[in-house]
Ligand binder design. Structure first.
Ligand SMILES: Cc1cc2nc3c(=O)[nH]c(=O)nc-3n(C[C@H](O)[C@H](O)[C@H](O)COP(=O)(O)OP(=O)(O)OC[C@H]3O[C@@H](n4cnc5c(N)ncnc54)[C@H](O)[C@@H]3O)c2cc1C
Ligand code: SF4
Length: 276
């Protein structure tokens, strides 16, 4: 396997044709090691993806640790970064990589031939699914693991890639039988920057199996800006999930093992709105 280190956007685009982008590597390296991801070419994108916070703009190469320590970004995003993973992982992991991390569904990570691996069934629905979805789970019942993505969705963030600008909601898509991708990025497309509007008030609350260093059973982000309040969830659906109406939770489709998550979300949404 080759490691390339492009120093310009054009070099990166060329190298990424058939290659895999490497930022902090906290997701790419374990997937390579476990044989879930295969490539002949790793492309270190650190020289071409911006890093750091400038006003409302965040470079996609900024680490979660840097965001956690930033006093200028909205509280929901800062808290979502602080509660994600471990200090070591937050020192390496970038916000761009975090938004694109793969599912933590253990059937998928153990290479069971499920829908997302091109198979014809969801092993989790038939088996163990306590950590899985209660929205958007028609095909795949995985629960999106990113805490910052829920915060960015509530905050109404937008992304700039090397090809276009898009709202964070448009980065994601629910997998279908004919197309099991969970993002809309084209092959080789790079996220360069995030634009995160200021909020009057925002908060991120996370329920975990233990108090630290754990993926969200559910995470609730809420933000108020311009008189509009938005609430978004992590750990709820195969993609970050916006609660688009006050009665949205009534339309949840929990599995036998995930009904408890709806009750937790009801409580956390109440706390988050009170906190705003
Ligand atoms: C044990 C463990 C616990 C964790 N706990 C949590 C948690 O509680 N909450 C949470 O939110 N996350 C958690 N994570 C995920 C962690 O935050 C991510 O692994 C990390 O942020 C990924 O960033 P990275 O820079 O290392 O990405 P990489 O591993 O380098 O890349 C991840 C993916 O994104 C692609 N990529 C990276 N940057 C770009 C870019 N700019 N443009 C296009 N593609 C890009 C890569 O090709 C790859 O597909 C955990 C991870 C581990 C291993
Ligand atoms: S939840 Fe999704 S990733 Fe997990 S086994 Fe089912 S189809 Fe595969």
């Amino acid at each position: 396997m080759r490691l390339e280190r492009p120093s310009s956007q054009a070099e990166a685009t060329a190298a990424l044709a058939g290659g895999v982008a490497l930022a902090g590597g906290t997701e790419v390296v374990p997937l390579l090691r476990d044989g879930i991801l295969e490539t002949e070419r790793l492309v270190d994108i650190s020289a071409v993806v911006p890093r750091g916070v400038s006003g409302t703009t965040i470079g996609a190469g900024t680490t979660l640790a840097e965001l956690e320590a930033s006093s200028t970004i909205p509280a929901a995003l800062r808290e979502a970064c602080r509660l994600a993973a471990s200090p070591q992982l937050r020192n390496m992991g970038t916000i761009g990589g975090n938004l694109l991390q793969a599912t933590r569904c253990w059937y998928w990570r153990l290479a069971f031939p499920c829908y997302l691996h091109g198979g014809d069934r969801c092993h989790a629905k038939e088996g163990q699914h306590r950590e899985h979805a209660f929205f958007g789970n028609d095909l795949c019942a995985s629960a999106h693991p990113s805490d910052p993505a829920a915060a960015l969705l509530a905050l109404g963030a937008t992304l700039r890639t090397d090809r276009r600008e898009l709202g964070i909601a448009d980065l994601y898509r629910l997998p279908t039988a004919g197309d099991t991708r969970t993002t809309t990025l084209e092959p080789g497309e790079l996220i360069l920057e995030l634009e995160v509007p200021e909020a009057e008030s925002s908060v991120y609350l996370k329920a975990m199996d233990r108090k630290r260093w754990s993926f969200a059973l559910v995470g609730v982000a809420a933000a108020r800006a311009g008189g509009v309040t938005r609430v978004a969830l992590s750990g709820a659906a195969p993609i970050p999930w916006l609660l688009d109406a006050s009665d949205a939770l009534e339309r949840a489709t929990p599995l036998p093992g995930t009904a408890y998550k709806v009750e937790i979300v009801q409580t956390l949404v109440g706390r988050a709105l009170a906190s705003l």
